[in-house]
Design a binder for this molecule. Sequence first.
Ligand SMILES: [Cu+2]
Length: 123
Amino acid sequence: MKKSLLNLMAVCGFSLLTMTAYADQSSKGMDMTGMKMDNMPSKPASATALSDGEVRAIDKENKSITLKHGRIKSTTVEMGPMTMPFKVKDKGLLAGVKVGDKVKFNVENIDGISTVTTLSVQK
Ligand SMILES: [Cu+2]
């Protein structure tokens, strides 16, 4: 069971790597900070906007949740819509959640693993 989780993680690993490469480029590349300040959008780029998802499976024992998720763009993770398992940072996040629930959640790359850090059920 753990293996299949890792295999699925590998699918998402591509987007994580792409993102890391991109981040490296922008930090080494030309000074973008000045440009951004001249052109500040009225709404700040909310990198931490929550993502939408639907619960497909919950594995409390392994602190894992499978979500059919929309586009994710958090501080450290960016990926398109797909269904995949996530680690959850804290077992407590799975407490009030059941399969079929619509959720809003945040994902961060923790030690190279896409990990759900916040999760709330949409009523
Ligand atoms: Cu994904």
